[in-house]
Design a binder for this molecule. Structure first.
Ligand code: HEC
Length: 172
């Protein structure tokens, strides 16, 4: 009797596991993974301009080529906004630096919500640094690799400071 009960519970458990697995594999509309290329960043000046900042910021320390004479502009592709504090897979946020003559300086930095199994420690973000002409990727990777780990170690502060969310400081 005990054996039958045991087998029965195993059967029920298997049923539950199978059911939950099968329901989670149902086709969903959302994108699973977005692997960005340089071309995806071209034309970013027509994305939504969400922020312009000028001058030093204590959170920046010496990153992003910040000096008194440069201003930083942040763009978001398709004006994507976070939902419950998280950006959807496919989100692209780009930041450039310009001087007083509106000339691009330094590097362009981009965050792409790549998703899938990428960078689970960093909510799936992929970090990029390119030249201002978007011809070369200077650095690319996950929390550990991009910018020698600097991008993520500093942006970790965005989860708690400056009204940041999901590794993003200036969230729209
Ligand atoms: C020492 C800190 C620090 C490091 C290192 C750093 N960032 Fe940032 N980053 C910031 C801060 C602070 C902001 C927002 C404030 C500002 O722009 O003035 C920001 C803004 C951004 C933005 C605009 C979205 C947002 O979070 O506001 C992007 C994109 C970005 N950084 C990408 C990168 C990438 C890619 C790297 C590495 C190559 C990097 N950052 C390295 C501090 C840092």
């Amino acid at each position: 009797m005990r054996k039958t009960l045991f087998s029965f519970s195993i059967l029920v458990m298997t049923g539950i596991i199978f059911f939950s697995c099968s329901s989670s594999t149902e086709p969903k509309k959302e994108v699973k993974e977005v692997i960005a290329k340089l071309d995806d960043f071209k034309g970013y000046t027509s994305w939504t301009k969400v922020d312009t900042r000028f001058g030093p910021d204590p959170l920046l320390q010496t990153a992003h080529g910040v000096t008194d004479s440069l201003f930083r502009v942040v763009y978001v592709k398709d004006n994507v906004k976070p939902s419950s504090g998280k950006y959807p897979v496919g989100t692209m946020i780009l930041k450039e630096l310009r001087d007083a003559n509106n000339k691009l300086q330094g590097a362009i930095t981009v965050m792409v919500k790549r998703g899938g199994s990428f960078n689970p420690d960093g909510n799936g973000w992929e970090w990029f640094m390119t030249d201002t002409g978007l011809t070369t990727i200077l650095s690319q990777g996950d929390n550990a690799t991009a910018g020698g780990g600097m991008c993520a170690s500093c942006h970790a502060g965005a989860n708690t400071n400056n009204n940041g969310t999901d590794w993003v400081f200036n969230h729209p």
